[in-house]
Design a protein around this ligand. Sequence first.
Ligand code: SAH
Ligand code: TRP
Length: 327
Amino acid sequence: MVTTDASQVRVDVHLTPDTLAAALAADVRAGLGAAPKELPPKWFYDDRGSELFDAITRLPEYYPTRAERAVLMARAGTIAAETRADTLVELGSGTSEKTRLLLDALTEAGSLRRFSPFDVSEATLRGAAAAISDEYGVTVHAVVGDFERHLDRLPTGGRRLVAFLGGTIGNLAPPARAAFLAELAEGLGPDDAFLLGTDLVKDRDRLEAAYDDDAGVTAAFNRNVLHVINDALAADFVPERFDHVARWDPDAAWIEMRLRSREAHRVQIDGIGMTVGFGAGEEVRTEISAKFTRPRVEQELGAVGLTVREWWTDPAGDFGVSLATPS
Ligand code: SAH
Ligand code: TRP
């Protein structure tokens, strides 16, 4: 489905409210029917979830956004010079706030013609698309979709720089990550490039604090998935009956986010005719956020035929940004 807001902004919608509800129903049925229980992370991001994530990016404990911004501030000019991209594609674009540094540099280099943000969250995407069209006077071709299902809907042609920032790749479990990277690489032409932001392995205290802040914003974000299920599937979750848990798993090299039921209780999900029982202390896994090392990034990109041409970190070495091209 295509809608055109204004001459400069095109929005392709591959996820309508109906298809979203059907996909959520399938995920809830499978995930809450399994042992241990699990919910996939893309459901955090309704309008309220997107706002809460935006608040997370400004928390003192949440260093990834500031660290990645520092890398982009230092390197955007080099990225523009090396890629000479005419199209900037951004996966999981959210508000595209840091992306403005890339848009500025590509504008200055004189190569930018088109910006293509891609996200599951339609309202956030439309807001960012309109603002960037206004400010940059660039053609915006936005895509509402799931980057695990709709990568083939990205605009083609020209020299594309595909950016995937924020460490969002770490929210995919290893098999899903490998599948995502294979599909992405498959769609890249010889003149395209891939810019990837990855949070890096560091000490447990800082990692766990980044996902369990004192103000409780991350806890509210985690519980928001229950509000999403209540709204979309007529469920009667009381989110406050669940505690937010964030735990670093050093063997898997990921932070695991869970919702832990405070007491034994049942939840009715009318929209899919399901009753779910929770035991006292029972946990639902809602998110992983994998942390990387440079060799790991080089290996995973290499496995799909992408060569890392540049590797940059912020001065503290907290966050890595790599620029890769098809070999
Ligand atoms: N890039 C921004 C936002 C990161 S938050 C930043 O660096 O700050 C992750 C973003 O990815 C959210 O905007 C969320 O809506 C989007 N997202 C999560 N899962 C997705 C999926 N499967 N397909 C498309 N977008 C997704
Ligand atoms: N991509 C972000 C990350 O992994 C998403 C995120 C930040 C997140 N804080 C969260 C997801 C808390 C779930 C819960 O850092």
